[in-house]
Design a protein around this ligand. Structure first.
Ligand SMILES: [Zn+2]
Length: 306
């Protein structure tokens, strides 16, 4: 359970699959339809699935030339879970498996003809149960890889398995201290704002674009006030995307230290933030023609050009 988010490197996590006969891509865990894995989109259904870890091809059968899904569950769904299943089936109806081809890996792209990050947002927001607000809209419009936005969204919703949140849910957790600094218990606030390593990453961000920033103690306020006053709202989506990337890279670093050991390196986390944000802009915005070195040396010029 604690391994959620850990284990895979970030580069691998941007890998998706173009589906053939479904021989390699994992149905729940990999990105093979749309831009987010189904496990992140439907955590409740995933927890009920008897098919965790199975490939796409193991989740159905060919009936002549037609593919039929065969989803299996631990129990019947409660009434409020049926719309979730309907959404899943709608998504699956857009999949086209091919018996004669193998799955192939693709990187950093939305698989064509499928749903987009805004569809993912609609799906996730629908089940927020009244928690939707301006802050989530701002987040989902930010410029970052969809799975980065999903992680940031889960942080703002308080849905990542930090040690303190696991303990509150009744999970026996032997270690409560922050894996990065080992000085304080691992709350959201500590891990993403207060920890000396998080502070270092944030301050590198502000130095990079040459602004000063008053750190907020609430994560939502922190996100909202992460704003550049000298650029447009559209350009601020890039800056908000950098916020999401910091959260994601801190979480990756935390998982690496917690599960695979290693040494915390705030500079490396920050460089990864720069790289991930640049890669997504290169991929998304055709007009963005700056080299990585330009992005590192002159972020303000690059942002203003978008
Ligand atoms: Zn810490």
């Amino acid at each position: 359970m604690c391994k959620e988010g850990g284990g895979k490197g970030w580069f691998q996590e941007e890998l998706g699959w173009e589906i053939g006969c479904g021989d390699k891509a994992k149905f729940w865990e990999d990105v093979w339809i749309g831009s987010v894995d189904l496990k992140s989109l439907f955590p409740r259904l995933y927890s009920l699935s008897l098919n965790q870890g199975k490939t796409v091809g193991e989740m159905g059968v060919w009936d002549g030339t037609e593919w039929r899904w065969d989803l299996r569950w631990r129990r019947g769904r409660f009434e409020w879970e049926s719309p979730l299943e309907r959404d899943l089936i709608t998504i699956l109806s857009g999949a086209s498996l091919r018996e004669d081809a193998q799955d192939t890996q693709v990187w950093g792209k939305e698989v064509p003809g499928l749903f987009s990050v805004s569809f993912a947002y609609d799906c996730l927001a629908k089940y927020d149960r009244g928690n939707q607000g301006e802050v989530y809209k701002l987040l989902w419009r930010a410029t970052a890889f969809p799975n980065v936005l999903v992680t940031a969204w889960r942080v703002l919703m308080g849905r990542l398995p930090t040690r303190v949140s696991l303990s509150r849910r009744g999970v026996v957790v032997n270690l409560m201290m922050c894996p990065l600094c080992q000085l304080q218990v691992e709350t959201y606030h500590h891990l993403f704002i207060e920890c000396k390593y998080a502070q270092k990453v944030w301050s590198l961000c502000f130095q990079w674009v040459d602004i000063s920033f008053v750190q907020q103690h609430d994560l939502k306020l922190h996100f909202q006030s992460f704003h550049l006053f000298h650029v447009s709202n559209k350009q601020n989506r890039i800056w908000k995307g950098i916020w999401a990337n910091v959260i994601r890279c801190l979480w990756d670093q935390r998982n690496m230290i917690a599960f695979q050991q290693g040494v915390v390196d705030a500079e490396e986390v920050f460089q990864r933030v720069q790289l991930k944000s640049w890669l997504w802009m290169k991929h998304k915005a055709r007009s963005f023609s700056y080299a990585f070195v330009d992005w590192v040396l002159n972020p303000n010029i690059c942002i203003r050009s978008c």
